[in-house]
Design a protein. Structure first.
Length: 298
């Protein structure tokens, strides 16, 4: 296995077809195809499924490509420091539930390291996908929560995927509502207070059970429920329909404006928010910087 083969495989995955990858690498397509087949034979895995429309990474291939990207990034840093002195493109990805502090920390990392060439990704995505992204090294860091409802199931899946959960903080549940909501003047809100208002939550795709829900108390029966995919839509519905969601209580007015406020929910529960990373894997300097930035925003 060579560095060149790793570069070939990563480029093929990015381009989606062998022909486009070969063109970008300035080599003949048969040479690229043979190099990747030799790599698959040596590793005893199938990296790509070949289709009429191009190539698709297998599950094993996704995991391998994650490691390959890490290796290539480190090689780039060595070349930058000791060989050509040129700045290499920095690559960093985070997958998270919809938390404003995760975005604020991401901004801090870009401000610190973004003066150079970079390719950063922040995926606000579904709970199961967060675990899969980190497991396959699509993302270096994941952010999600545990509670009494989901801890056994989520912790088991985290462990089965070779990951580790590290708690950032524990919060009491809060309700996010519009500042004009009829309950906005209450110091503490109860579940019975909320019964007449639409419940807003994040859709979880194929894993839409309460174990994977981004909101605590998702198993509580409700008459009106609206599922969304992004934070801006959820907050717009909270303002337009007097809807509500349940989260940690940490909200960024810089990112979300003054329209959304948090009120404590009167219930004996807690939310343990933490990071998910690969076990026994040292974080990159960007990963370490992001972890430090998270702690500054909670």
């Amino acid at each position: 296995m060579t560095i060149q083969q790793l570069k070939y495989a990563v480029t093929a995955a990015e381009k989606g077809t062998m022909s486009e990858a070969a063109q970008s690498l300035f080599i003949a397509q048969p040479s690229l195809t043979n190099a990747i087949r030799d790599l698959e034979k040596e590793l005893r895995i199938t990296i790509f499924h070949r289709t009429n429309n191009g190539i698709i990474a297998t599950n094993e291939g996704e995991e391998f490509l994650g490691y390959a990207r890490q290796v290539l990034q480190q090689v780039g840093l060595i070349e930058e420091k000791y060989i050509d002195g040129k700045s290499r493109k920095q690559i960093f990805s985070v997958s998270a539930q919809h938390y404003s502090f995760a975005v604020n920390a991401f901004v801090d990392v870009i401000k610190t390291f973004g003066s150079q060439s970079y390719d950063f990704t922040l995926r606000e995505t579904q709970t199961y996908e967060i675990i899969q992204d980190v497991s396959r090294l699509k993302s270096e860091v994941g952010i999600l929560y545990l509670s009494r409802e989901n801890e056994n199931i989520i912790s088991k899946i985290i462990a089965e995927n070779g990951l580790a959960f590290e708690e950032l903080f524990t919060a009491t549940p809060h309700v996010f509502i519009s500042y004009r909501h009829p309950l906005a003047q209450k110091e503490i809100v109860t579940l019975s207070d909320l019964a007449d208002y639409p419940y807003l939550c994040f859709e979880q795709g194929d894993y839409n059970s309460f174990y994977f829900s981004e909101e605590i108390l998702s198993s509580v029966p409700r008459e009106m429920t609206i599922k969304v995919r992004d934070r801006a839509t959820l907050f717009n519905l909270a303002v337009g329909l007097d809807g509500y969601t349940i989260s940690t209580g940490i909200i960024s007015h810089e990112l979300n404006g003054e329209n959304i406020i948090a009120r404590p929910l009167d219930i004996d529960e807690c939310i343990r928010v933490g990071t998910v990373t690969r076990k026994n894997m040292t974080l990159s300097r960007l990963g370490t910087a992001y972890m430090d930035a998270l702690k500054n925003h909670i």
